[in-house]
Ligand binder design. Structure first.
Ligand code: G
Ligand code: G
Ligand code: MN
Ligand code: NA
Length: 251
């Protein structure tokens, strides 16, 4: 299709960029990390959302190239930010299909070494949905990735395909409470986010409450003891320059 062909050229034509949504520590709201999210500005179509072009990239078999591009970008930013004294981590979304690529862990490690970035400053996000499908293989791949020193986050936790029964087997470092549980905090799902926070504590995992939009929602997850938050209440996904200004301001 046209979208696939266009996407192939988008990387060369410089139409892609990453935005970075801050992750803050609670309750002081200091930025400690950021989630990198891809944006594609097409000259004719305008802004194409990742929900459209990521599936197209998978179909076209070029999602690996997209991830490699994102990885280089992120390593470059982390390196610049380190030089400016900012030691935040950045997470990248990766589909499980990409983890199956035998060189993935090596490529990740190499891009970080090239820019002098310690591996613990990169987080790889996989979604809970992906866990459903081949747990043994997934565990092996995550162990390989984690052996490089990179950390793993389980995204969309609690969204539906509950990986609860598998969680103790998964080599993850961070769980991200799905937005649905956080948004519903005011109308009855507060106990659910509460349980996820407790679970994280018991398993010694970091927990990020995603999609925090109101002070009320923040109060619920803080009361549950959630250490980290992400959402429009704190910040939208930001251009790299804008994130850097925010980091400078809090230094
Ligand atoms: O704001 P947002 O529309 O960026 O993200 C929509 C969805 O697209 C999210 O589920 C996010 O995980 C996914 N997404 C954003 N950037 C990337 C990326 O670089 N790679 C992959 N695989 N998914 C991404
Ligand atoms: O699926 P994943 O968690 O990777 O993607 C994060 C998505 O959530 C992105 O599309 C991002 O723009 C969006 N997002 C981040 N914060 C908020 C928020 O507070 N409210 C809503 N509705 N979406 C958010
Ligand atoms: Mn994510
Ligand atoms: Na999520």
């Amino acid at each position: 299709t046209t979208l696939e062909q266009e996407l192939r050229g988008a990387m060369q034509r410089d139409e892609l960029h990453l935005v970075y949504q801050p992750v803050v520590s609670l309750p002081d709201r200091a930025i400690v990390g950021a989630e990198a999210l891809l944006r594609w500005t097409h000259p004719v179509l305008g802004i194409v959302p990742p929900s459209e072009f990521i599936p197209a990239a998978e179909t076209a078999g070029i999602v690996d190239e997209l991830t490699a591009w994102s990885l280089r970008q992120t390593a470059g930013r982390l390196s610049d930010w380190r030089a400016a004294g900012h030691l935040l981590w950045v997470s990248l979304n990766v589909s499980v299909r990409q983890l199956h690529s035998p060189n993935f862990a090596v490529e990740v490690a190499q891009s970080l070494v090239e820019r002098g970035v310690p591996p613990n400053q990169l987080v790889v996000e996989i979604t809970e949905h992906d866990v459903a499908y081949d747990i043994n293989r997934l565990v092996a791949q995550l162990l390989g990735l984690r052996a490089t020193g990179v950390r793993i986050a389980l995204d969309d936790f609690g969204a539906g395909y509950s990986s609860l029964g598998q969680l103790h087997r998964l080599p993850v470092d961070i769980i991200k409470i799905d937005r649905a549980l956080v948004v519903g905090a005011e109308d009855g799902s507060a106990p659910l986010s509460d349980v996820v926070v407790k679970l994280g504590q018991r398993l010694n995992l970091d927990v990020i409450a995603e999609g925090v939009e109101t002070e009320n929602q923040l109060a619920f997850v803080e009361e549950a003891g959630c250490p980290l938050g992400q959402g429009y209440l704190f910040d939208r996904p930001l251009l790299a320059e804008d994130l850097e200004s925010r980091l400078d301001a809090q230094a």
